[in-house]
Design a protein around this ligand. Structure first.
Ligand code: PLP
Length: 378
């Protein structure tokens, strides 16, 4: 009996994505063992953060690294560091930013729910560009004496009418403004752990609880030592803005082991496995009427991994997309799938164990076959 059975909470088979609302990802036994090990004794938290950070920096080919309690918290702490630096009075004052550099520049086209992490620090977002395009002079003109940082969100909205990242980095470097890259879901490819900072980003911020399969409430911030040092003094356990975003010893150690594991992983073999899963789903469902089956690539966050896109013709299949999604979610265990457009579902192998890939297929075929039987009977 699992802890979820005891609580009467249904397990979810996650064929959607590394979504926080579904629990993000699953930790390996090595990561869990390291966390259990860490939980058994006391430690000087700051010493552990420094030691884990040094190891993470080396592993990710960066000057410095820091474990935050999630990528969103990493963004907030990074912004706090850019505003308050290591000035004790400024650190104490936040989120009141009176007298501090407190503007963070963002592309209008990159505004999204995670920019709350910037604003919670007291910083003000200064938007550049329009939904039809962004010009380099707009960034130049937005930079002023109150500019603390530029935030770049690398996500599904990036690349539509924003400046190229290289242009942003070049303009920022000339004016000595740090560029913070939110790359929370930008793994794989594993090279992204150093690619953004090598290109000139001051910091790159990754979620520890997505494809890294580290602790859910962990994030990895890599980049310039000076900024990471400022994040430390703005972070837990110091009385500061970051105190409410505590990272435990277990998360620090767990994330380190997860990153070690991720770097040692055969990413080619992993991608090939996901391709095989998608191809096998397509083959297994090809006889079902009313479906258009295709490989969709890259995935929703732009990661180079395939998904199955299954477009449903309700009149032929006997069920519409939303009813199908609801049936799968209401099953036990629950099955979560992605949605595409008005009439498609997307199945993602990256969050599925080998057993689960079969269970998802079985459940999908069962719901579709029943819908078809009912339709014929009526
Ligand atoms: C997931 C995500 C985050 C938040 O990451 P957490 O580790 O859950 O805090 C931030 N930004 C983007 C673009 C994301 O995809």
């Amino acid at each position: 009996m699992t802890v979820y059975d005891r609580l009467g909470v249904r397990r979810v088979i996650n064929a959607e994505a590394t979504l926080t609302k579904l629990g993000g990802s699953r930790m390996s036994s090595e990561v869990l063992a390291a966390m259990a090990d860490a939980a058994r004794s006391f430690v000087a938290l700051d010493e552990l953060q420094r030691s884990v950070g040094a190891r993470l920096a080396e592993l990710t080919r960066n000057e410095a690294a820091y474990v935050s309690c999630g990528a969103a918290a990493g963004i907030a702490l990074a912004v706090a560091a850019c505003m308050a630096e290591d000035d004790p009075a400024a650190i104490r004052q936040l989120p009141d930013t009176t007298g501090l550099k407190n503007e963070v520049i963002v592309h209008r086209t990159q505004r999204n729910g995670y920019d709350h992490a910037v604003r919670q620090t007291g910083a003000t977002l200064v938007e550049i560009g329009m939904s039809t395009g962004t010009q380099a002079w707009e960034l130049e003109a937005a930079i002023g004496p109150r500019t603390a940082a530029i935030i770049w969100f690398q996500f599904v909205g990036t690349g539509h009418c924003d400046l190229p990242l290289a242009t942003v980095l070049k303009i920022a470097a000339a004016r000595n403004i740090p560029v913070l890259v939110d790359a929370a879901a930008q793994l794989p490819p594993v090279e992204n752990l150093w690619r953004y900072t090598e290109a000139g980003a001051a910091l790159a911020i990754f979620s520890g609880g997505k494809d890294l399969c580290g602790p859910q409430s962990s994030g990895l911030v890599v980049g310039q030592k000076r900024l990471i040092d400022w994040m430390r003094v703005n972070g837990n356990p110091n009385p500061s803005l970051g105190r409410s975003m505590k990272v435990g010893k277990e998360e620090m150690v767990g994330l380190l082991v997860a990153v070690e594991r991720y770097l040692a992983m055969d990413h080619q073999a992993r991608a090939e496995r996901d391709e095989r899963v998608v191809a096998s789903w397509i083959a297994a469902m090809s006889q079902l009427p009313g479906l258009r089956l295709e490989r969709s690539f890259p995935n929703e966050a732009g990661q180079p991994l395939p998904r199955l896109k299954c477009t449903i013709a309700p009149k032929v299949a006997g069920i519409d997309r939303d009813t199908l999604v609801a049936r799968l979610w209401d099953s036990d265990p629950r099955i979560a799938v992605g949605r595409g457009g008005d009439d498609a579902i997307l199945l993602n192998p990256m969050t599925l164990s080998d057993d689960d890939t079969g269970l998802v297929l079985q459940a999908l075929v069962a719901v579709l076959s029943e819908a078809r039987r009912k339709r014929r009977a009526s």
